[in-house]
Ligand binder design. Structure first.
Ligand code: HEC
Ligand code: HEC
Length: 466
């Protein structure tokens, strides 16, 4: 389209050259048309390269008003500059679980990256060597299965708005009310269901109340449910966009043959694949259609990560956490117990958490910014993570199962695994890596941050799948 326009304008200028001054009106008319055409085309693709649906998703993702106290957006816990995880280095340095819209209410897990999450397939299992292997879904335990909307990220996006320890609205109609009131045109443009709903007069008041639920007739309720699903699908579209998944890390430049890795990064890459065994789960092969590697195979494993002693969930009131400090995060297995079709498979999956992508694992807004790693944020450093994989089974057990990463490193011990069943002992625990080899693996992981600035002479990669 742009090319056609410039050809048109060239033609106009050429005429202008032939008859100076004679066709100014013609030029003005053409420019007018050009502007109109550009405005129309902006309806499909926006300046940032987002489609209308992606732009709506982005708008919802960043809107703090879509929470009970108008103070919490998805982006609060999924900051792009921190690799789409938690935005607060002080929280990351300690409990790693975030406070919700209601003060004092904390979740129990660390926010994983909201980027590179959309390629996860609908949760399912395959049989491999007589073992049942679950694959897919979103969340650490896969419970956003994708069965509702055909897309785990869309199912996922329906959760946080209504989670009492997150955005804390009590009724999906309140999310729809707030979104439709703020962005009616954006909905009308994309979704056939639109957004025009006759809301009860006291809607705003009820939606500002904890546990506030609207009285709607069944027809209206059905419409609200459809619009709510469209909110999930729009957010998932944004999360699948090139803006969120740009594939512009140093490693991507290397894959494209545009740059070389330095010696330590190259050594780390090799170790990541062979001696470190990392790529057995954080897969770095291209996808079946040449998709760039995602550093996860979306399976689940129990690595024996220790308890995070500072997890604020331990201190949540009994109405949320009746187990206090004895609470255990049973991962996938716990979710499977809630499903009639999967319950008999739960035992083999207690303690297993989803393999996270390692893209942007080191991305942070500034050098001193602390990030947290693993489902409970136990680790604060990538060096600690690699050291754990390397020595989990060779160091003595710390006396106190509630020992932080820093103290464990000081005492040269590792605390007991939070969940001891289904522990993976074949791919980690005693890797025999030297300190220099551990460092090289860390250095390699640092090449996975998007937004790499290539050296002069190398053309920047266009964001998105290639
Ligand atoms: C209070 C912090 C918080 C807020 C707000 C929040 N999240 Fe999350 N997010 C988390 C945590 C914690 C998890 C992991 C929870 C679990 O696995 O049980 C998570 C998981 C996810 C995942 C799963 C990624 C994967 O690979 O499985 C996606 C995607 C995501 N969030 C997107 C969103 C969206 C979209 C919103 C807004 C509608 C949102 N989050 C709001 C903390 C938050
Ligand atoms: C057996 C499969 C497996 C292997 C092998 C493996 N990982 Fe992991 N990795 C996981 C799982 C599962 C998690 C999440 C575990 C949890 O939270 O309890 C994880 C988490 C991580 C995290 C934290 C990411 C985040 O966002 O919190 C890092 C970093 C990591 N792995 C790096 C590595 C490196 C480096 C290696 C090789 C030395 C490696 N992994 C080997 C499965 C594996």
């Amino acid at each position: 389209m742009r090319r056609a326009l410039s050809a048109l304008l060239n033609l106009v200028c050429f005429k202008n050259f032939l008859w100076p001054g004679a066709v100014n009106l013609f030029i003005a008319a053409n420019l007018f048309i050009a502007v109109i055409l550009l405005l129309l085309s902006a309806g499909d693709i926006h300046a940032a390269g987002l489609s209308d649906k992606e732009l709506l998703g982005k708008t919802l993702f960043f809107d703090p008003n879509l929470s009970l106290n108008n103070n919490q957006a998805c982006a609060t816990c999924h900051l792009a500059d921190a690799g789409w995880t938690g935005n607060n280095p002080a929280i990351n340095a300690h409990g790693a679980a975030y406070e919700g819209s209601i003060a004092g209410r904390f979740g129990n897990r660390k926010p994983p990256s909201a980027a590179y999450a959309t390629p996860s397939p609908v949760l399912h299992f395959v049989k491999e060597d007589n073992e049942i292997l679950f694959i897919g879904g979103n969340f650490w335990n896969g419970r956003a299965t994708g069965e509702k909307l055909g897309n785990p990220a869309a199912d996922q996006a329906l959760g946080p708005f209504l989670n009492p320890v997150e955005q804390a609205l009590a009724d999906n109609a309140c999310v729809v009310y707030k979104a439709c009131t703020a962005y009616p045109d954006m909905f009308e443009k994309i979704w056939p269901d639109g957004c025009s709903i006759q809301w009860p007069a006291d809607t705003q008041q009820i939606c500002a109340t904890e546990n506030g639920k609207l009285q709607l007739n069944s027809q209206l309720r059905k419409k609200v449910d459809r619009v709510y699903d469209n909110i999930g699908l729009s957010i998932a579209a944004y999360e699948a966009s090139a803006e969120v998944n740009p594939y512009t890390s140093k490693f991507d430049y290397y894959l494209a043959g545009l740059i070389k890795l330095n010696a330590e990064e190259q050594q780390g890459l090799t170790l990541f694949k062979d001696k470190g065994k990392c790529a057995e789960c954080h897969v770095m092969d291209k996808g079946p259609n040449g998709e760039p590697p995602l550093f996860t195979d979306f399976t689940f494993d129990n690595l024996g990560v220790p308890r995070n002693p500072e997890n604020p969930w331990y201190n949540m009131p009994a109405s949320f956490n009746p187990d206090g400090r004895t609470w255990l995060d049973q991962g996938l297995g716990e979710f499977l117990t809630q499903r009639d079709d999967y319950r008999q498979l739960a035992d083999a999956n207690y303690g297993k958490q989803k393999v996270p992508t390692l893209r942007n694992v080191d991305k942070r807004p500034n050098e001193p910014f602390t990030k947290a790693y693993m489902h409970n944020g136990y680790f604060k450093t990538l060096k600690g993570v690699v050291h754990f994989y390397n020595t989990r089974d060779t160091k003595p057990q710390c006396k106190n199962p509630f020992t932080t990463e820093a103290d464990a490193l000081k005492q040269d011990c590792w605390p007991d695994a939070q969940i001891k069943t289904n522990l993976n002992t074949s791919e980690l625990g005693n890797l025999g890596l030297t300190a220099a080899e551990e460092n090289a693996i860390v250095t390699f992981m640092q090449t996975l941050s998007d937004g790499y600035e290539p050296p002069p002479g190398v053309k920047p990669l266009k964001p998105g799948r290639r």
